[in-house]
Design a protein around this ligand. Structure first.
Ligand SMILES: *[C@@H]1O[C@H](CO)[C@@H](O)[C@H](O)[C@H]1NC(C)=O
Ligand SMILES: *[C@@H]1O[C@H](CO)[C@@H](O)[C@H](O)[C@H]1NC(C)=O
Ligand SMILES: *[C@@H]1O[C@H](CO)[C@@H](O)[C@H](O)[C@H]1NC(C)=O
Ligand SMILES: *[C@@H]1O[C@H](CO)[C@@H](O)[C@H](O)[C@H]1NC(C)=O
Ligand SMILES: *[C@@H]1O[C@H](CO)[C@@H](O)[C@H](O)[C@H]1NC(C)=O
Length: 423
């Protein structure tokens, strides 16, 4: 499930973010679609057509308008869906088709207008439905006020949306969500939706919430272990390659560790073994996704909305090799050909097979918070497309040629403008 163009897109969309939000950045490079490998310190960027005029700056902003939520969907998983927030003057849903680089605006969506904010973590299931948990009070287009929040289920294939009740405990934002292979979404962490200074939910990790996408039911699930994280928000989570471990990174709470793992067969928390030189500054409001054997973490900020990791010499994109679950490894080099090792199944096979919301397995996807929601999607798409490309290339590239190709041009970003420069 690798799609290179999508990674490409990811990088492209990152550029929008970069060029619009960050001040003059050091030279950022264009990624040509034939590059297969990169180093996180020289990550190349390029712009997608019409991005600035289609995706307004304030649609990305967490401060001005609540931003957008973004996830992938469509029949071929080839499209990114930007779900607008409560701003009724801009289109409800904006799509970017990664196959033909086209943008589309949908001003109305049947039944219910979905609400997306960058404080939400959208999840796309295996049937093209995006689950948007709005953990804050809102008013629907029918003028119904929902003080307990709600779950929007946006079908990207039918282009329709329904609204369901959320469970009481999920009135929160900046949570994380992880789709398990059995169709259950695990929600955890987050903070009080009221105001920018909302407190993290104290037992945000001691009780996680299981939402079953198949029958629309919720269940609180206590967790165990001495390493249970304290309440935190702005975290990210991904599903491990084994399909049952949820890896949680970052967050606001500096007393928490950088990484935790929840084994969903036992709901036990532990701190993983980690080697390699990882980040020293904690990040929040970043995104994380799984590509190949890497957990790919992108952007983020610190609790004061600064980007101090740059001063600290850390890269926008971090790579954690999660191929060996007894020892994760921070790396700088992305090798798309790195073998994804076979994973040992969960210890307790009885729990593994228990369908009653404890049977847990594989998946992908993670989250999005802040401006960066988009990145993850793009990476996902990029890698997926890439695999196809590799297939095609396999026929045409002589066996001794390198997979790594030269970068054809540089894209210099400064003061919000992109200038193309010959290398
Ligand atoms: C994206 O574009 C391709 C090529 O035009 C098309 O086949 C595909 O159906 C489009 N996807 C969506 C979700 O519209
Ligand atoms: C709503 O979106 C439009 C752009 O479509 C923008 O001009 C306007 O400022 C936004 N309103 C708010 C309250 O963010
Ligand atoms: C879209 O992605 C989902 C999740 O990865 C997968 O289950 C589904 O088969 C994909 N659909 C297509 C048409 O590739
Ligand atoms: C950490 O590594 C040690 C030594 O390799 C191993 O015994 C232990 O099981 C590992 N712990 C975890 C949580 O994977
Ligand atoms: C995984 O890591 C552990 C601990 O470092 C090591 O003992 C083991 O050999 C590794 N497994 C593989 C397949 O590399």
């Amino acid at each position: 499930m690798f799609n290179f163009i999508l990674l490409l897109l990811l990088l492209q969309i990152l550029t929008i973010v970069k060029s619009q939000l960050l001040t003059p950045s050091p030279s950022v490079r264009t990624l040509h679609s034939s590059i297969y490998t990169f180093d996180t310190s020289t990550l190349p960027w390029t712009a997608i057509p019409d991005n600035e005029k289609t995706l307004f700056l304030n649609l990305f902003s967490s401060v001005l308008s609540g931003g957008v939520a973004a996830s992938y969907g469509g029949e071929k998983n080839d499209t990114i869906y930007f779900i607008n927030n409560e701003n009724t003057t801009s289109p409800s849903v904006l799509t970017f088709n990664t196959s033909d680089n086209s943008w589309l605006k949908y001003s109305s969506i049947s039944v219910e207008r979905p609400i997306g904010r960058n404080q939400m973590r959208p999840i796309t299931d295996y049937n093209g439905k995006i689950y948007l948990l709005a953990g804050f009070p809102f008013t629907t287009i029918q003028d119904v006020t929902r003080n307990q929040g709600g779950m929007f289920i946006f079908d990207t294939i039918e282009l329709s949306c329904v609204l369901k009740d959320a469970i009481d405990g999920m009135l929160r934002v900046e949570y994380s969500a992880t789709l398990l292979p059995n169709g259950i979404i695990v929600y955890m962490g987050g903070k009080d939706p009221k105001g920018p200074d909302g407190k993290p939910v104290a037992d945000g990790f001691r009780i996680v919430y299981l939402y079953n996408t198949i029958d629309n039911t919720w269940k609180p699930q206590p967790t165990f272990g001495d390493s249970t994280p304290n309440g935190d928000n702005g975290i990210s989570s991904v599903l491990g390659l084994d399909g049952f471990r949820i890896i949680v990174f970052g967050g606001h709470n500096i007393d928490n560790k950088m990484l935790y793992v929840l084994d969903t067969t036992t709901f036990n928390w532990y701190e993983p073994n980690v080697s390699g030189k990882g980040p020293t500054l904690k990040r929040r409001d970043h995104t994380a996704n799984v590509i190949g054997r890497y957990m790919v973490i992108a952007f983020g900020s610190d609790p004061n909305l600064k980007f101090d990791y740059k001063q600290n010499g850390e890269n926008d994109v971090l790579l954690l090799d999660i191929g060996n679950s007894s020892n994760y490894n921070w790396v700088n080099h992305f090798d798309p050909n790195a073998v994804v090792p076979p994973q040992s199944p969960p210890q307790s096979s009885t729990q593994y097979n228990n369908k009653n919301d404890t049977g847990i397995i594989v998946g992908v996807v993670v989250g999005v918070l802040g401006i960066i929601c988009i990145i993850s999607l793009c990476i996902f798409f990029f890698i997926k497309r890439r695999k196809n490309l590799l297939h095609e290339k396999a026929l045409s590239i002589p066996s001794n040629s390198e997979n790594v190709m030269a970068i054809p041009s540089d894209l210099e970003l400064s003061s919000g403008r992109s200038l193309v420069k010959k290398s």
